[in-house]
Write a protein that binds this ligand. Structure first.
Ligand SMILES: C[S@@+](CC[C@H](N)C(=O)[O-])C[C@H]1O[C@@H](n2cnc3c(N)ncnc32)[C@H](O)[C@@H]1O
Length: 328
């Protein structure tokens, strides 16, 4: 833990600490500091891995804030029960809506501006880089970590809770998922990564997976670093990296690749000069793009477009881009 003088953020001074604050005692948000509030039965699981390395340092420096809400504190009766048997029968237990509702109302106190309420759940939308970017733009986020069979559906509907999944597998609780989501988000906050760790050229930053990385020694067990990376020729290196990025994405993630190709098409329409250049570019790079056949059919059916199907598509896109530009 740092012994330095606390830095000032917003209206309050922050005491840097890697120990998450307990919201039962201190429910106010610190203005200007991105905050993750976690509703969990296991507050001691936090900060967990978030207390290490760059996220831990940033937490220590008050660049983001972590609060936990112990669901048990809102439990029913002497034993602070938080769960009950599923209505309609079946295995396991379900988190009670009255208990969860009290915890959420408490956790959302002082949450101002854009502040999503999220439930980590295998049924949720699959978490991705775009979601991390959106969360990083918010003032903070409140995350509910489920346990047992999850929580009563009425809570999700009552609060309009956004469900986020880490992937198509089932874990025993939402704590690890919450930490993964927070990690991906916090590293996008200003000042968390040093210049050396830029997020600009990473996987997903431009819709593609990252190119392969190498470092010294130049030769390891007979395997050499590709010559181009040792050439010092920045233009060639950038070209090689882009090609590798496209190739790896095409082979490993066809879903990302088709979305990225649409982006390439947009770039092409914007950048090339005239429909002839665009036609050549389309033929060279987008011969198998899904949706292109449809465009060809539309363009070919058009009474005034050229006969050559590639030129027709190019003309069609070119005109559309012109129309869009005028409207903008
Ligand atoms: C055992 S799971 C409940 C699974 C639930 N009965 C189902 O089949 O969808 C308990 C808790 O772990 C968390 N969890 C499990 N898998 C997850 C995943 N892939 N993504 C996010 N959270 C997950 C959720 O908070 C969930 O409420």
């Amino acid at each position: 833990m740092s012994a330095k003088t606390p830095k000032s953020h917003g209206r309050k001074s922050i005491r840097p600490t890697l120990v998450p604050r307990d919201l039962m005692n201190e429910p106010t948000a610190l203005a200007g500091v991105w905050t993750a509030r976690i509703i969990t039965l296991f507050p001691k699981a936090f900060p967990g891995v978030l207390g290490e390395s760059l996220t831990g340092k940033a937490l220590d420096e008050g660049k983001w804030q972590l609060d936990t809400v112990n669901l048990r504190d809102f439990g029913e009766g002497k034993h602070r029960n938080v769960d009950d048997t599923p209505a309609g029968g079946g295995a396991g237990m379900v988190l009670r809506p009255d208990v969860m509702g009290r915890a959420i109302d408490h956790a959302m106190q002082g949450a101002r501006g854009a502040w999503p309420l999220v439930y980590l759940s295998p049924r949720g939308r699959r978490f991705d880089q775009r979601m991390a970017e959106r969360l990083a733009q918010a003032q903070g986020v409140t995350m509910i970590c489920g346990r047992f069979e999850g929580m009563d559906e009425r809570v999700i509907q009552h609060y309009g809770i956004q469900e986020i999944s880490l992937g198509d597998f089932v874990m025993t609780g939402g704590e690890l998922a919450a930490q993964a989501v927070i990690d991906a988000t916090v590293r996008l906050l200003p000042g968390v990564l040093g210049n050396a760790e830029s997020t600009e050229n990473e996987s997903f930053s431009d819709g593609l997976l990252e190119h392969p990385q190498y470092t010294r020694p130049a030769e390891w067990r007979g395997h050499k670093i590709p010559d181009v990376l040792m050439s010092g020729h920045h233009g060639e290196i950038a070209k090689w990296r882009q090609q590798m990025s496209e190739e790896i994405t095409r082979l490993r993630r066809p879903d990302l690749w088709s979305a990225a190709r649409e982006g390439l098409l947009d770039d092409a329409v914007r950048d090339v000069r005239g429909p002839e250049a665009l036609s050549a570019l389309l033929q060279a790079r987008l011969a198998s793009a899904p949706g292109l056949e449809q465009m060809l059919a539309v363009a070919n059916a058009h009474p005034t477009l050229p006969r050559d199907p590639w030129m027709a598509v190019a003309q069609f896109l070119w005109d559309a881009a012109g129309r869009d530009a005028k409207q903008a």
